[in-house]
Write a protein that binds this ligand. Structure first.
Ligand code: FAD
Length: 521
């Protein structure tokens, strides 16, 4: 085959079909409809199959990206799926929600001249094929005499549970809510990530023998210490996330009509709030909603408010569009749908009526000053610029904190921000107890949480004396373990560390600096 060059590949990035904005604001169906086979093949042809691929180093779980894309060009999506799932158990999910533009696609050399290869869309296409066709990468599991508990059921926990089940342990996942999936389920709306995709991926896990116990708030029903000392678990993983809300501390926050984004999203996505009276948990957001913040969570809250019936939905953000931490795609979709953006606008008070309900939000206009510690230009208040925006509901989307229950009810050491303290192997201060994902790093991303779950599983196997190579796959050799770590103090700047060469012949030590753009203010 002739070597591909930038001149010989298809020049245009293959567009992904989308529901038109005017239609989609009236439903929760998926916005991006996914590639057809011919689209995937055409886009895969744009990959130069670099022998020394930067995209693999920029992927937090080091997927063999040229490897899976080449299989698409060869007409073997099943082989592409096998390659993908060596590193990433949830390709249909990550293909939809990973910030590829800041990771693999950012360093794609095609992007130096043209638009980069649409790696995320190709990952999604392969993941969807697998779900449609019922493909599974089934390992031969050699049973081990160990029981493992996993607390929480977000991506960190799902990844850890899968690896421990494949290693032969009896795994039970305990989830506080009545449905598993963590933020994937209660936070990210169906129009970005349909529940059927999450259900299918969790079903794959139960096929490996993992038991999922919902409605179980660990720390209140039983403690971590009881799990180890009385319930007989040989090892425990904690992936309880960072869903606790943050407020600004301005007057009026206790008025009726002030919500947090996670509260709004959980009610709509998980509690059937929009299906009243079939579900008895309605949300009354009125016709004008202001969402404070401009990260991904804010975009979700804005777009859900629109679909929940609000006529005017305002995004209020103290910095400019350029500093918005949201993914470009989410921002663009919100703009297309008619969200009204108040950039360089900082709320200073929430005003109420005589019944204690929100009636307006008082704001101040801002100008951009010198860069602050986050590298973005600091917003500076413009004197005399106070103005009111009349609203019925105010939604806070300015970031979150650690879910506190485990910290309050166990002896595990916490860091000074209240997150669980874990060492490089993600071991906590309690023997046999590991932790990872947002509860250790602070709010990050799905793929980073999954990578942490896998890294903890690797350490748990070592703790229990199970060799990683005990995982034997029927149709291919054992997956190469790739790991990374996060400096807990770096809120918006996550360093990816692939491991140093060691006895298990891991990939060479490399450090890649990446920016994760959380929902910061
Ligand atoms: P979580 O997903 O938070 O899961 C933690 C689970 O633990 C929850 O189910 C919780 O109920 C449960 N739990 C908590 N305490 C207990 C307890 N005591 N006992 C039992 N269970 C407990 N990232 C992306 O990469 N792309 C996106 O597009 C994206 N969009 C997002 C949109 C929103 C609205 C939000 C909030 C986040 C988004 N993120 C996104 C971030 C990403 O979802 C998180 O970083 C990721 O889900 C963290 O995974 P986790 O497993 O650590 O925790």
């Amino acid at each position: 085959m002739a070597k591909k060059t930038i001149r010989t590949i298809p020049q245009e990035r293959t567009p992904i079909p989308e529901q038109p904005a005017a239609e989609r604001v009236n439903n929760f169906d998926e916005v991006a409809l996914g590639y057809r086979a011919e689209d995937a093949l055409r886009e895969a042809e744009r990959c130069l199959l670099c022998p020394d691929p930067a995209c693999v180093l920029a992927c937090p779980v080091a997927i063999d990206i040229p490897g899976f894309i080449e299989q698409i060009t060869l007409g073997d999506p099943h082989a592409a799926y096998d390659i993908l799932t060596e590193a990433n158990l949830l390709p249909a999910i990550c293909g939809r929600v990973c910030p590829q533009e800041d990771q693999c696609e950012l360093v794609c050399p095609v992007g130096d001249t043209l638009e980069p290869v649409a790696i995320g869309r190709l990952e999604r296409w392969v993941g969807d094929q697998a779900l449609t066709e019922g493909w599974q990468s089934t390992p031969d599991i050699e049973p081990q005499p160990f029981t493992v508990a996993v607390v929480g059921s977000g991506p960190a926990s799902l990844a850890c549970a899968a690896d421990m089940a494949k290693a032969g342990c009896a795994v039970t996942v305990y989830e506080a809510l009545h449905e598993p999936g963590g933020v994937l389920r209660y936070g990210i709306p169906e129009f970005r990530l349909p529940n059927r995709i999450i259900d299918a991926e969790i079903e794959n896990l139960t096929r490996l023998g993992v038991r999922v116990e919902c409605n179980t708030l660990v720390g209140r029903i039983f403690t971590i210490e009881q799990m180890v000392e009385q319930m007989g678990f040989d090892a425990v993983f904690i992936g309880t996330g960072a869903g606790s809300p943050r407020f600004m501390g301005i007057p009026g926050e206790s008025l009726h009509g002030v919500l947090t984004a996670n509260e709004l999203l959980t009610r709509c996505n998980l509690m059937g709030a929009l299906d009243f009276p079939r579900h008895d948990t309605p949300v009354d957001i009125g016709s004008r909603v202001a969402v404070i913040g401009a990260g991904n969570t804010a975009m979700d809250a804005l777009r859900v408010s629109l679909r929940a019936g609000a006529e005017h939905v305002y995004c209020v953000y103290r910095r400019s569009r350029d500093e918005s931490p949201a993914r470009d795609e989410e921002l663009l979709h919100a703009e297309q749908e008619g969200i009204e953006f108040h950039w360089l606008t900082a709320p200073i008070e929430i005003l109420g009526d005589d019944d204690g309900r929100v009636r307006a939000i008082r704001c101040q206009s801002m100008a951009l000053g010198e860069p602050d510690e986050s590298g973005r230009r600091r917003p500076v208040a413009i004197a005399g610029s106070e103005h009111d925006i009349e609203v019925d509901t105010v939604v806070y989307a300015i970031g979150t904190k650690a879910n506190p229950v485990i910290g309050q009810t166990s002896r595990i050491d916490l860091d000074d921000r209240g997150y669980l303290r874990a060492d490089d192997d993600l071991a906590t201060s309690l023997a046999g107890v590991y932790a990872g994902g947002d509860i250790v790093t602070g709010a990050a991303t799905v793929i980073l949480a999954m990578g942490a779950g896998r890294r903890a599983a690797s350490a748990m196997k070592a703790y229990l004396g199970i060799r990683d190579t005990d995982v034997v796959y029927r149709d291919r050799s054992a997956p190469e373990e790739r790991i990374f770590g996060i400096d807990p103090g770096e809120r918006n700047h996550v360093r990816l560390r692939l491991p140093a060469p060691g006895p298990s012949d891991r990939v060479p030590a490399t450090t890649v600096a990446m920016t994760t753009r959380g929902d910061t203010t």
